[in-house]
Design a binder for this molecule. Structure first.
Ligand SMILES: NC(=O)c1ccc[n+]([C@@H]2O[C@H](COP(=O)([O-])OP(=O)(O)OC[C@H]3O[C@@H](n4cnc5c(N)ncnc54)[C@H](OP(=O)(O)O)[C@@H]3O)[C@@H](O)[C@H]2O)c1
Length: 248
């Protein structure tokens, strides 16, 4: 499917996969403008040599008020978005680490991880509705993870992260039903990038089999291709980096 609209939007743009998607869209001649939303300032020197004039960087914290304010700034471009990538995600931080057993579960970690992985994407789907609805075919890919699949969970552990991604998948499924009814030009994808070399996966990379740790550039190219071939079928697709469907 060709991108008829001319704008792309990357939410959570400073992360490994977020910044790779920004670069991918900056290099896409079918995209005229790339709006990037991040809690960070535009990192100086990143995307250098690319079509910088296409880039609009919006800084915002992820409270609903600031997110709504960001969407107001995008309002003049309503109806022109053909690509949206929601790239937020948290697995570990200085204060939290993925749980290995029941005793490791804390309400603080659950709340923090659910906020970034589930609540923030859900709020974007709500707030963006009015600027995505229209005539321009628009593909919205949200970074999920295979560990959010109930049927794929054979190892256990990582309670908060797994649960936040399973909940994200349900938010996306429910939103896809409503978007199909109220904004037929929008298609939602829950995307699993595969283990990719970013800050999020860094502490867990030593056990990744050779050849299975992807670069962000590779995954961004794969996702761009998947978005290019997506159909407006009113369904949520749960796809990995290779375009293969993941069982729920
Ligand atoms: N890397 C992997 O191996 C892998 C595997 C499966 C799934 N994923 C998923 O891919 C997505 C991107 O991850 P990544 O690997 O690019 O990680 P990353 O480099 O650590 O980037 C994390 C992203 O999450 C945002 N973020 C961080 N803390 C947040 C918070 N408290 N509230 C809201 N947003 C927050 C950041 O946005 P700012 O721009 O505001 O900093 C940043 O874009 C995540 O959803 C992750 O679960 C990654």
């Amino acid at each position: 499917m060709n991108s008829v609209g001319r704008c792309a939007l990357v939410l959570g743009a400073s992360g490994g996969l977020g910044s790779a998607m920004v670069s991918e869209f900056l290099n896409d001649p079918e995209i005229d403008k790339v709006f990037s939303v991040s809690s960070k300032k535009n990192p100086v020197g990143s995307n250098e040599g690319q079509n910088q004039s296409k880039l609009v960087w919006l800084q915002a914290e992820y409270s609903e008020t600031q997110m709504a304010d960001t969407v107001s700034q995008l309002m003049p471009h309503a109806g022109t978005f053909s690509r949206v990538c929601v790239c937020h995600g948290l697995l570990h931080s200085d204060k939290l680490w993925p749980e290995k057993r029941l005793e490791d579960i804390t309400s603080e970690a659950l709340q923090e991880i659910f906020h970034s992985n589930t609540v923030v994407p859900a709020l974007w789907l709500k707030l963006l509705f009015k600027i995505l609805k229209g005539q321009t075919p628009c593909i919205v890919a949200t970074m999920s993870a295979r560990v959010g699949s109930l049927s794929d969970n054979n190892l256990g552990g990582w309670y908060a992260y797994r649960a936040s991604k399973a909940a994200l998948n349900m938010v996306l499924k429910t939103a896809s039903i409503e978007y199909a009814r109220r904004a037929k030009n929008v298609k939602l994808i829950a995307f699993h990038p595969g283990t990719t070399d970013t800050a999020l996966s860094k502490p867990f990379q030593s056990t990744v089999p050779t050849g299975k740790l992807f670069t962000t550039e590779f995954v961004a190219e794969q996702l761009a291709m998947i978005m290019d071939s997506a159909q407006l079928d009113g369904e949520l697709s749960y796809l990995d980096w290779d375009g293969q469907t993941i069982a729920w």
